[in-house]
Design a protein around this ligand. Structure first.
Ligand code: ADP
Ligand code: MG
Length: 248
């Protein structure tokens, strides 16, 4: 392989983030290679969402560096909107546009940001709605769908931008338990298709099965990281064991 294809999709070095005088990220190092699925686990308040939000600069790092697809996102001369175009983000709350149809939700940014024609945007959106099993709901309004369906639309919307990296922040935490499986299934298919993914999740079975690497965070630091069978199956650190005892 050429160096260009082996370059990490995300390279975070010594990332610090403070809100006022409260430091919530205290020196994070994290690399995500092309095609890799990295799951971030850890207690509430440990800084997982802040970490994810720093990657596409929804939060401004206080110190440290974050390279996404080779661009240092904190450099003033890097066009962050261009970087963000390649990064899909799916949140706990689906954030669909309530007044637009499912199809329109999936075509809006394609047309506005990527300047695709209506026909092209609809073709791409339909293919991605098919991928998440919702092609037959293209004309529905988000409010007519279940939470799980809405989250799958949010994933289809993100995929319609042809992202090279997908960020997921607890995508199933707001869902009724019976709707979680379909969303995780879509994410598993994505991982199998080779998508590069950084996933914050409380779904330990998913992390164990799908992740190439699991990162356990606590109190703004990475406590340990490694293959899922190690971090979840045989954690080295007491803090990881304590956390897992509570969630498993
Ligand atoms: P997690 O996602 O692991 O639950 P977060 O990254 O959401 O953790 O939050 C880490 C800490 O940062 C928490 O104590 C939270 O209250 C604080 N925090 C997050 N966002 C803000 C903000 N915009 N302003 C002030 N404090 C924040
Ligand atoms: Mg969070």
């Amino acid at each position: 392989m050429t160096p260009a294809t082996t370059q990490p999709v995300v390279r975070i070095h010594d990332l610090h983030k403070s809100f006022g005088d409260r430091e919530v990220l205290r020196g994070i190092d994290l690399t995500v290679a092309p095609g890799e699925v990295v799951c971030v686990i850890g207690p509430s308040g440990s800084g997982k969402s802040t970490l994810l939000r720093c990657v596409n600069l929804l939060e401004e790092p206080t110190a440290g560096s974050i390279e996404v697809l080779g661009a240092e996102v904190t450099d003033a001369d890097v066009d962050i909107d261009r970087v963000r175009t390649h990064v899909g983000m799916v949140f706990q709350q689906f954030n669909l546009f309530a007044h637009l149809t499912v199809l329109e939700n999936c075509t809006l940014a394609q047309r506005g940001v990527l300047r695709r024609s209506r026909a092209e945007a609809e073709r791409v959106a339909t293919a991605n709605l098919e991928r998440v099993g919702l092609a037959d709901r293209a004309a529905a309004m988000p409010g007519q769908l279940s939470g799980g369906q809405q989250q799958r639309v949010a994933i289809a919307r993100a995929l319609s931008m042809d992202p090279r990296l997908m960020l997921f922040d607890e995508p199933t935490s707001a869902l009724d338990p019976e709707l979680v499986g379909d969303v995780l299934g879509v994410m598993r298919d994505l991982a199998d298709a080779g998508m590069t993914m950084l996933v914050v999740t409380h779904e330990m079975a998913f992390a164990r099965e799908v992740a190439d690497r699991v990162v356990f965070m606590d109190d703004g630091v990475v406590v340990e990281s490694g293959p899922p069978d190690q971090v979840i199956g045989a954690p080295l650190e007491e803090r990881t064991r304590t956390f897992l005892q509570r969630v498993l």
